[in-house]
Design a protein around this ligand. Structure first.
Ligand SMILES: NC(=O)c1ccc[n+]([C@@H]2O[C@H](COP(=O)([O-])OP(=O)(O)OC[C@H]3O[C@@H](n4cnc5c(N)ncnc54)[C@H](OP(=O)(O)O)[C@@H]3O)[C@@H](O)[C@H]2O)c1
Length: 312
């Protein structure tokens, strides 16, 4: 259980560090109605913002990280006592630890850690610069690892909690033109699957969320794109050009519905290890894994041929 449903208010009183301004007040639900405290990275837009909005509305407390404070000024105005805003670039791993330590120190308890901040990088592997490669791994992979590692001792000390890692169905499936995004998401999935086994005895649950395409800033404002090489013209690596153009159709996933399913998942015991969001994402994952198993089955003889014969 990721924290009981009792009140989670801190002894320290109202959250500090929020954006203060003359409040256009929406009445906050009575204290303790839902009562969990969440730490969510990347609440300026998309899934992170939806999660924060829904949680604050129902009366939970949120530490939300952003790179630009004004991005959540409206939320901070509406929820001055329950939203704490922290400035954080998750690629700065020492800063990740500082924010986690400060948040636990000041709030006393955090029930759910949501590692959400991330972005997409599109282009053939050869077309990417070293800086682009490092930046996406620093953000999506090392930033998430730093967040989880920093939170683990605190979650253990408080007797449990829940970690939610936002991955992608691209953490199971791979398409041309997305190699580094996949490397970051496959990598974080492996990390989480291993850590989940290590921390279950401490009452810490881990859920890897695998959304399909959703209508966030992911394909527009946030997407980073390589400088194309002429050799790759017409290559499958450039299919992203079609995908990123809204004239070819919008992503099917609703970030508000996705956020609702993620919030509900925290009430499920034991924590589901994976949560696929979106019918297309689920079908693509099933098809990919079925094909992979079929190909593994075909290798039984070959795999066994490298074992020592019995008794040797
Ligand atoms: N939308 C999709 O189709 C889709 C599908 C599968 C998985 N996902 C995953 O869902 C997660 C959320 O993305 P989204 O779809 O909600 O896109 P989004 O609207 O672009 O939101 C991404 C969030 O991550 C933050 N972020 C990016 N890099 C950061 C960094 N270095 N440090 C701190 N914050 C950073 C952004 O902050 P700024 O405003 O400062 O940039 C923003 O708050 C990502 O992990 C993404 O990989 C998305």
């Amino acid at each position: 259980m990721a924290g009981s449903k009792g009140a989670r208010r801190n002894d320290g009183g109202p959250f500090e560090g929020h954006v203060s301004s003359p409040a256009v007040m929406e009445p906050e639900p009575a204290e303790g109605l839902t009562g969990r405290t969440w730490l969510i990275t990347g609440v300026s837009s998309g899934l992170g913002r939806e999660l924060a909005t829904q949680l604050l509305k129902r009366g939970d407390r949120v530490v939300g990280t952003v790179r630009r404070r004004y991005a959540v000024a409206d939320l901070a105005e509406r929820h001055p006592d329950t939203l704490r805003v922290e400035l954080l670039d998750v690629a700065d791993t020492p800063a990740v630890r500082l924010v986690v330590d400060r948040s636990f120190a000041e709030l006393g308890r955090i029930d759910v850690i949501v590692s959400n901040a991330g972005f997409g990088l599109f282009g053939a592997a050869e077309e990417l610069t070293d800086a682009q490669v490092e930046h996406i791994l620093d953000t999506n992979l090392l930033g998430s690892i730093a967040l989880i590692r920093a939170a683990l001792p605190r979650l253990r000390e408080q007797g449990g909690g829940r970690i939610v890692q936002i991955s992608s169905y691209g953490g199971q499936v791979a398409f041309a033109g997305n190699s580094l995004y996949h490397a970051s998401k496959w990598g974080i999935e492996a990390f989480c699957e291993s850590v989940a086994q290590e921390v279950a005895p401490f009452g810490i649950g881990v859920t890897i969320v695998e959304p399909g395409g959703a209508r966030t800033e992911f394909r527009s404002g946030s997407a980073q794109v390589a400088t194309p090489l002429p050799a790759y013209e017409g290559n499958p690596a450039h299919a992203y050009l079609r995908m990123l153009d809204p004239k070819n159709g919008l992503a099917p996933g609703d970030p508000a519905r996705m956020a609702a399913r993620i919030i509900e998942s925290v009430d499920t015991e034991p924590a589901p290890l994976r949560l696929v969001l979106g019918s297309q994402a689920l079908q693509s994952t099933i098809d990919t894994l079925a094909k992979r198993i079929e190909r593994f089955e075909a290798q039984r003889g070959l795999a066994a041929s490298t074992d020592f014969p019995p008794g040797e």
